[in-house]
Design a protein around this ligand. Structure first.
Ligand code: AHR
Length: 599
């Protein structure tokens, strides 16, 4: 066949490829956060996960009491009173790995009761060892700088001598860089993100931004300042948010990767999946909330003569962070409460900061009430950009390479804030690549796109697939990662029209026997009629499991109905008729392991 490439047309969207980072799958604590101690603040609790408590992650030998009177800070309410002889041990996430010569920085708050107390600390069996003395008095910050004498993996142990009584909190162990500065980000994961050459980073969520309940909403001001003053809360993905990576660290991550920041603030309502619905911030608190959003822009961009610009400088960053985009909301239902809260926030931002591009929200692709309502609302308001999400089967991505050709460039621009093909990794990666070419070819409509989720600690995932898997000492990029990296590195500059001539459809050869499998992607689908080359199933099969009902779920592979197919010679295709109650949903049909048709 012949490929005809026409003259250069529109310029490529300059910020097109970026990242979306959310604290999901232990992406931050136990992941990108370079902290080596798990639950160093003793703030894990039953609300995070059933069975968790202040000593989760710790082993104690000796007398140890969890206390909360007169804490280091009200936001760090629990601490330990340790009566010697006692040893506290923390193995971090699957052990603390050291290489000979590594420099480490251990810090904690300690309060000696009565006599001075000598703390002896050790990692593994003699991998690194140091001690410090705590004078009697109030809370003191203890800092120990030590060097690994050997290579290995082990736990951190803190020994308190016989007769001594000491309160301990905010125990932290971080590697030091070559300049002696404690690391914020785990270097190998940071390098994996840098290699993607992201134009932007969207954070902190996702669902995490609006939270499961008003008390779970992400408020940026509560995540800055000294670590022990930050508000720690339940992570709606089933664990704990220490917020050691808070707003300043997110901005620093953008700097470290050369990306422009895209913070997402809740649209004044929490997640609609909260039991009881997506409650709005009470009227009495709404003005303060809108002001918080405006303060965020000032914190990022304001001069050091502004209140929040000065706070940024006081936190060590006098230069502005260069905020250009701000997202409001995430996959929200467009309720009256949402409309009211969103409008107030958007109006305030656009009035005060017309140079900022506000990004609104729609429900997930490809369609559906939240998607339609989100877009209708954006049109009504003239919102400059809309964030839409798509987790679909690979076939959908192939079928939707031209999806955005149908969007009107005069309407809101599109940010595809989350997308991933959900199937076997290589097949997904190829489907994403095809789709991404489609995105590249619509620069007047699609301005930004980010794969999701980004990071996942092996054995600690709440969501699959993910772009970069990792263990305690290994980074395991997925096939999709290499697609993202290729697009990030080799940016197109202009869009050329392309025509193919002489291409013929290749008929799919069906195996003569094998397993036919029908699979739904997300929804519950009832099949009233399934036909294999005109023969109604199960007439065309020797056996069928299930009752013709597929229970789709978030994991598409869990929703399968298998038929063993026979007499397939001459079969040209399937017809699948959905029951009238079936929602708009995509199906995959497999024969002998090969996907042949979806409808
Ligand atoms: O990426 C995982 C989740 O998927 C996000 O938090 C949410 O926005 C979407 O539903």
């Amino acid at each position: 066949f012949t490929v005809r490439v026409g003259a250069a047309g529109a310029d490529a969207a300059p910020d097109l490829w970026g990242l979306f980072i959310e604290d999901l799958n232990d992406a931050l604590d136990g992941g990108l956060n370079a902290e080596l101690i798990r639950n160093g603040d003793f703030e894990f609790n039953e609300a995070d996960r059933e069975g968790w408590h202040a000593l989760t992650g710790w082993d104690a030998v000796g007398e140890v009491e969890v206390r909360h009177e007169d804490p280091v800070h009200e936001n760090n309410a629990h601490y330990l009173r340790v009566t010697g002889p006692a040893v506290l041990a923390n193995e971090g996430w699957d052990g603390i790995g050291l290489t000979e010569g590594d420099r480490l920085w251990l810090t904690c708050f300690a309060r000696a009761q009565g006599e001075p107390v000598r703390l002896e600390t050790e990692v593994g069996d003699g991998l690194a060892r140091a001690g410090a003395s705590v004078a009697p008095g109030g809370w003191q910050r203890v800092e120990i700088d030590f060097t690994a004498a050997a290579t290995g993996r082990g736990e951190l142990r803190i020994a308190v001598p016989e007769g001594a009584v000491v309160d301990l909190d905010c125990v932290s162990l971080r590697p030091l860089d070559t300049d002696g500065e404690p690391l914020t980000f785990r270097p190998d994961l940071l390098a994996a993100l840098q290699d993607l050459r992201p134009s932007f980073i969207r954070f902190p969520g996702g669902c995490l931004a609006h939270g499961l309940g008003l008390e779970n909403m992400y408020h940026w001001k509560r995540t800055i300042g000294p670590r022990h003053e930050r508000e720690q809360i339940r992570n709606l993905w089933g664990y704990h948010q220490s917020r050691q990576i808070g707003y300043v660290e997110y901005f620093e991550l953008c700097e470290a990767t050369g990306a422009t920041p895209i913070p997402i603030v809740a649209a004044g309502v929490c997640c609609q999946n909260t039991p009881g619905g997506g409650k709005p911030i009470p009227e009495s608190e709404m003005d303060a909330y809108v002001q918080d959003v405006l303060d965020l822009v000032e914190f990022a961009n304001g001069g050091t003569d502004t209140e929040w610009g000065a706070k940024r400088a006081a936190l060590g960053h006098p230069e502005p962070f260069g905020l250009r985009y701000l997202g409001i909301g995430n996959e929200d239902q467009i309720t009256d409460a949402f409309r009211d809260r969103y409008a107030r926030i958007e109006d305030a931002v656009i009035t005060a900061y017309p140079e900022i591009t506000v990004i609104g929200t729609s429900g997930p692709q490809p369609a559906g009430p939240d998607y339609e309502a989100g877009w209708a609302y954006a049109r009504e308001r003239g919102t400059p950009m809309v964030d839409e999400h798509g987790y679909q089967i690979p076939r959908w991505f192939h079928q939707n390479t031209d999806r955005y050709q149908a969007y009107d460039p005069a309407e809101a621009k599109v940010y595809i804030g989350e997308y991933a093909a959900r199937s076997n990794k290589v097949r997904s990666a190829l489907a994403e690549a095809a789709y991404m070419i489609g995105l590249e070819r619509c620069p007047e409509v699609v301005k930004l796109a980010s794969y999701a989720p980004l990071l996942a600690r092996v054995g600690h995932t709440q969501w699959e697939p993910d772009l970069i898997y990792f263990t305690a000492d290994e980074v395991r990029p997925s096939a999709s990662y290499f697609v993202q990296r290729g697009f990030g590195e080799e940016r197109g500059e202009r869009v050329h029209p392309v025509e193919l001539e002489g291409v013929q459809a290749v008929p799919v050869a069906l195996p003569r026997e094998g397993t036919a499998r029908l699979r739904s992607d997300r929804a519950t689908v009832a099949f009233t009629d399934v036909r294999l080359d005109g023969n109604r199933l199960p007439d065309a099969v020797t056996s069928a499991e299930g009752e013709g009902v597929l229970l789709g779920g978030i994991d598409p592979t869990s929703a399968e109905l298998e038929f063993e197919a026979v007499q397939q010679e001459g079969i040209e295709g399937f017809t699948v008729v959905l029951g009238p109650e079936a929602p708009q949903s995509f199906l995959e049909v497999h024969i002998g392991g090969w996907q042949n048709k979806s409808t």
